[in-house]
Design a protein around this ligand. Structure first.
Ligand SMILES: *Cc1c(COP(=O)(O)O)cnc(C)c1O
Length: 393
């Protein structure tokens, strides 16, 4: 072989003798080579098999391993990993609706999910009605002849309402309407929507699953093959592909998710309870607190809480809130959450709600309790409140 040919052909699959690595390999592939014409021609037929590697776009080893763990954790039939949480939210919306259909989406959903409905689906003649996240079984009053999907998110982004998922699912099943839920807050450990009859459970793996604020990834876990294929077909048509390195890092994050979540949970609850007693605070939005309106449903349907919650402050100017947030040393300001670090941002639920106006007298903020020492986190907020007082008087 000439050097040019060696460069092309040597070292593809080196035999290794010895132990087996604990972790799956990161397989980078666009092209997968087949040995025979028959195998090549059979690749389409074989595509329905789990972990089928026919072309890079269907995923490779670390993604298959990740799918397997997530699917098992949430008692699903199949899991599809996609490039971002938003891609995961969009996939079921595309899978179950056609032009002329109607969908129902929780008024408390993640903002970009809303943008997808209003900015994308609307262009193709799909009508979205936003519904009160607390509607429960009353959702059936909003059903139309052409309602195809009910999209839930519980607890809601920014406002943390807990939805009565079993009641909504029962109403939908009676009419053959599909259901999907954004389960990112709870992770596959703290809530099992498929066990409550939901067809598709969605995760921004970007958050707790990957857990280190260094990548974007999404997952759709399906209750049955049919729902899985409805999503998978759309994902293929759109050319969704997840980089193997991202899948590997997410699998690596997943290994420690349970121990991380325990700290996020306890830090979050501790901070929420502490903030509740502060004179600057009007209300805490955290379903694990016993006096939260969603607490009973949360206790029934969840086995834990993550570290993300909301705080409604007593009326104070935006400048005073900014002075507090700007002064914080341990809380970064930024979008996303679910990493090891604490975060804080101002939120504006009153600007986005359309089904039911969001009522609060003061501004709201969202806190992500990271893995730091909780007393340090409190001390930082104490000095932040002092900065706020300098402005508000
Ligand atoms: C962040 C987030 C998403 C989107 O995830 P990305 O990976 O950032 O696209 C979806 N749903 C919820 C509830 C989120 O918080």
């Amino acid at each position: 072989m000439a050097p040019q040919t060696k460069l092309t052909h040597l070292g593809h699959q080196t035999e290794v003798s010895g132990g087996t690595p604990v972790n799956p390999p990161v397989v980078r592939a666009s092209t997968l080579a087949f040995d025979t014409v028959a195998e090549l021609n059979n690749r389409v037929a074989a595509k329905t098999q789990k972990n089928y590697a026919g072309y890079g776009i269907y995923g490779t080893q670390p993604q298959f391993s990740l799918d397997e763990v997530l699917c098992d954790l949430e008692n699903g039939e199949r899991c599809l990993t996609v490039p971002s949480g938003l891609a995961a939210c969009a996939a079921p919306l595309l899978a179950f609706v056609n032009s002329g259909d109607h969908i129902l989406v929780a008024d408390s959903c993640y903002g970009p999910t809303r943008s997808f409905c209003d900015g994308f689906l609307a262009r193709f003649g799909v009508e979205t009605t936003y519904y009160d996240p607390l509607i429960g079984g009353g959702i059936s009053a909003l059903f139309r002849e052409n309602t195809k999907l009910v999209f839930m998110e519980s607890p809601g982004s920014w406002t943390f309402e807990v939805q009565d998922v079993p009641a909504i699912v029962a109403a939908c099943q009676e009419k053959g309407i599909r259901t999907a839920i954004d389960n990112t807050w709870a992770t596959p450990l703290f809530c099992k929507p498929l066990d409550m009859g939901v067809d598709l459970s969605i995760h921004a793996g970007t958050k707790y699953i990957a857990g280190h604020s260094d990548l974007l990834i999404g997952h759709v876990i399906a209750r049955d093959e049919e729902s899985y294929w409805a999503v998978r077909r759309q994902s293929e048509l759109l050319g969704y592909n997840t980089a193997p390195d991202e899948a590997y890092l997410t699998l690596r994050g997943l290994r420690t998710m349970e121990v991380r979540l325990k700290r996020h949970e306890s830090n979050g609850i501790e901070l929420a309870n502490w903030l509740k007693e502060r004179p600057e605070v009007a209300r805490i939005l955290h379903p694990a607190l016993p006096d939260d309106p969603g607490h009973e449903l949360w206790k029934r349907d969840f086995t834990g809480a993550s570290g993300l919650f909301g705080v409604e402050l007593k009326p104070v100017s935006e400048e005073a809130v900014a002075a507090m947030l700007d002064s914080l040393k341990l809380y970064y300001m930024g979008f996303s959450w679910g990493g090891y670090e604490s975060l804080i941002i101002p939120t504006y639920p009153e600007r986005v709600r359309t089904a039911v106006p969001w009522k609060s007298d003061g501004p709201t903020i969202r806190i992500h309790a990271g893995l730091e020492n909780v007393e340090d986190l409190k001390a930082d907020l104490v000095q932040g409140f002092a900065e706020m007082k300098k402005i508000s008087g």
